[in-house]
Design a protein around this ligand. Structure first.
Ligand SMILES: [Zn+2]
Ligand SMILES: [Zn+2]
Length: 580
């Protein structure tokens, strides 16, 4: 789905010593450098540079796949910016999704610069700053349409409808002209809070002249225009109306307007509402405080109060729509939740997308629920239960038509999305040579006449695991994958220093390979194979003639052979040989 990880830790020494010399560039031009989010969907981070100053737009993370066992989150590699820290004048956030703000707690401390965003976005960032004990005085709340300055960049955020409230497109006014960075958007002309995308300002900017448009490519393969958030309500009402027991509705905790609709539908059907899951509680609390969601206080009950109400009078609004293994919905499905048990007549509504890569986990969740007698409604059977927050083709064309840019660069997509979006822009009149597809690490230079890729700079993915940021390199990741697939065998023994004769052992320990207690004979045979190999020595073991072979090499080779022959497996072998 995303570009393969590129890590520079495994480069050989020679390459590491090479000093990076930037390609000569025109300081009066505008440099545009994506360090994440172009060529993949996730971890958005764009760098704009002119007259020696840098502006970062968004700072997101991506979630690990099964390829990255044990990794919590993945963030962009910003080593290219290490030498330029003092030139960074600020970070602007387009909206509060994790793929746009999630890396801030790890990356912001490198710069300690002002962070600009609208109120809900900064509300969510504030939670992160609190959790990571960072200085929230750097957070600068800005309002839509109100300009602000960061170094040479004159900036304005404009309201855009998306699957989160308070999202924005960003206009960057420079001495060269105006650049529009759309962020994630769709044009919802009937949003349930009445706030439509700021089409007027987009048209006005177009009228004044837009140098370059950078626009969301996520749904470029979808024809037509965006479905309104409002269109979900009849589906929610229909399902809520026929549910005989408890209803659990799962959606993203940042999708405040969806949560509003679920609450409205539940209340209209005489149900009390429970907010379930840590981020559901904290995000809705921020949204309530800032006035983005309205929940009648008398309708809200706690998880513990569920049993005081009839089952057909309660609706639980939960996280866990992606089948996340640690989510509370998964615990409910397993029957392991302390307060919420589901069974016959109960209903689970997944008002969310099957995100590519998560399908297996989501079907697993659905199967568990069916086994428990629960009915499940999801977008594969009932498409109207969810709408996307990204612009399909007609909305993308509308954005191009309103802004009429001289230059165009597609944002937020895998290569296939970016290329198709570029073609769409050309079909709308953007000149072929004034649009290009840039991917992570491509340093683009734009002046009034032309656009080109100057060079590809250091970029990649940094793994975060617990408190470690970036300490897990590709070699560690490879070991983890190997361990997770084949397990580990440790062999412990003592040999005589001069003769190599076995004095004690070998003892064998395994993890994730075989059940030792149930396979004593197998273990015995393995020990014998190792002892035999130590006794005979390297002869007949396929070592090179000039190779110096120690007892640990013999033990490793013997165990590998043994496993290959007996089980066709390749466990990690860890020799611990003491010489006396
Ligand atoms: Zn996004
Ligand atoms: Zn988004």
């Amino acid at each position: 789905m995303s570009a393969p990880p590129e890590s520079r830790q495994i480069d050989d020494d020679q390459e590491q010593e090479e000093v990076y010399v930037p390609v000569p560039h025109n300081p009066e031009a505008l440099q545009i450098l994506p360090l994440g989010g172009l060529g993949e969907i996730g971890m958005n981070l764009m760098v704009y540079e002119t007259r020696g100053k840098l502006l970062l737009v968004d700072c997101g993370l991506t979630f690990p796949s099964h390829e990255n066992p044990g990794v919590d989150v993945i963030i962009p590699d910003i080593s290219y910016l290490q030498e330029r820290k003092d030139d960074v004048v600020g970070i602007v956030l387009t909206h509060g999704h994790e793929d746009h703000i999630g890396a801030l707690p790890f990356i912001w401390p490198e710069f300690k610069c002002p962070v600009f965003g609208t109120s809900f976005t900064l509300g969510l960032v504030g939670l992160k700053f609190q959790e990571h004990k960072l200085d929230a005085n750097y957070l600068r709340e800005v309002r839509h349409r109100e300009g602000f300055q960061a170094g040479p960049f004159n900036l304005t955020l404009y309201y855009m409808t998306h699957s989160i409230v308070d999202a924005s497109a960003l206009a960057i006014r420079t001495h060269l002209g105006t650049v529009i960075h759309t962020g994630d958007f769709k044009f919802d002309h009937t949003p349930i809070d009445g706030r439509i995308s700021d089409l007027f300002s987009m048209a006005k900017l177009g009228e004044e002249g837009v140098l370059c448009l950078l626009s969301d490519s996520t749904n470029v393969t979808h024809t037509g225009s965006a479905l309104s958030e409002q269109s979900v309500r009849p589906a929610l009402d229909e399902v809520m109306g026929r549910a005989k027991g408890l209803v659990v509705t799962a959606t993203f905790s940042s999708n405040i307007l969806r949560i509003q609709q679920i609450v409205d539908s539940a209340v209209a059907h005489g149900r009390k509402v429970v907010l379930n899951g840590r981020s559901m509680e904290s995000n809705v609390s921020v949204a309530r405080e800032l006035g983005f969601i309205k929940i009648p206080p008398e309708s809200l009950i706690t998880v513990k109060q569920v049993k005081e109400h009839a089952r057909d009078k309660v609706c639980i609004v939960s996280t866990g729509s992606q089948g996340e293994p640690n989510s509370s919905l998964m615990r409910i499905a397993h029957g392991e939740h302390k307060e919420i048990k589901l069974g016959q007549d109960d209903m689970v509504i997944l008002s969310s997308k099957f995100i590519p890569g998560n399908e297996g986990a989501i079907w697993g969740l659905i199967n568990l629920l069916y086994d428990a007698g629960v009915d499940v409604v999801h977008e594969k059977d009932m498409p109207s239960i969810h709408v996307s927050g990204h612009a399909p083709q007609d909305d993308l064309k509308m954005m191009l038509a309103l802004t009429r840019p001289e230059f165009f660069i597609p944002l937020h997509g895998e290569p296939r999305h970016l290329h198709l979006h570029r073609r769409l822009a050309i079909s709308m009149g953007v000149k072929d040579h004034k649009t290009l597809v840039a991917e992570n690490g491509d340093r683009v230079e734009l002046d009034a006449e032309s656009v080109r890729i100057l060079e590809r700079v250091a970029h990649g993915r940094v793994f975060v695991d617990g408190k470690g940021v970036g300490d897990i390199c590709d070699i560690v990741m490879r070991d983890r994958r190997h361990l997770s697939q084949d397990g580990m065998v440790a062999v412990v023994m003592v040999v005589e220093k001069d003769t190599g004769k076995l004095l004690e052992g070998p003892e064998i320990l395994t993890r994730g390979v075989i059940h030792e207690d149930e396979n004593p004979i197998f273990l015995d045979e393995m020990r014998q194979a190792v002892a035999e190999a130590i006794k005979i020595g390297p002869k007949g073991m396929d070592f090179n003639e000039d190779e110096e072979v120690g007892a640990n090499d013999l033990a490793v080779r013997a165990i590998r052979r043994f496993f290959k022959k007996r089980l066709g497996r390749r466990p990690v072998v860890l020799p611990m040989v003491m010489e006396m």
